[in-house]
Design a protein around this ligand. Structure first.
Ligand code: HEC
Length: 131
């Protein structure tokens, strides 16, 4: 009877092992669903641009030719060229002005947006600056 004890223990370990490995796929399914939800589109940044930028970057005579009123206008860029590189927030003038870096003037001129808003713009560009 005593000899059965290690065998029982081994079976118990196998059962526990099987249970935890059968839970693993469920957990990774949840994670991939969450990742898909993180990908942002224009809706995530549109309100910020409309309320904080469009006053000076509207349809009529926008500063530096940069209109922030629509997805298409932002893709067009301004009088100095494109203002964003899809997938590359670090190479985008749009982020340079929000962070007042690479010699760019602070936008909006009254002071930086809340960090969460700047991060949302960076995430949008990083995700491909989709409409
Ligand atoms: C109060 C007016 C005003 C507001 C609000 C404003 N801008 Fe500007 N923006 C300007 C002016 C003026 C310029 C021209 C640059 C200069 O001052 O030399 C400019 C230039 C720019 C440029 C071109 C920079 C370059 O070097 O090509 C970008 C991009 C830009 N703004 C983005 C934004 C964004 C994004 C917002 C909102 C977060 C914003 N601006 C809000 C006035 C404004």
């Amino acid at each position: 009877m005593k000899k059965l004890l290690p065998i029982c223990a081994a079976i118990a370990i196998v059962i526990v092992g099987c249970q935890s490995s059968s839970e693993a796929p469920a957990a990774s399914t949840t994670a991939s669903t969450n990742n898909a939800a993180v990908g942002s589109n224009f809706a995530a940044v549109q309100t910020t641009f409309a309320s904080k930028c469009a006053g000076c970057h509207g349809d009529t005579n926008p500063k530096d030719g940069v209109s922030m009123v629509s997805y298409e206008a932002i893709q067009r860029g301004g009088s100095h060229g494109p203002i964003l590189v899809a997938g590359k927030p670090e190479g985008s003038v749009l982020v340079d002005v929000l962070r007042a870096r690479n010699g760019k003037k602070q936008m909006p001129p009254s002071g930086p947006l809340p960090e969460a808003d700047i991060a949302a713009v960076e995430a949008w560009i990083k995700d491909g600056a989709k409409n």
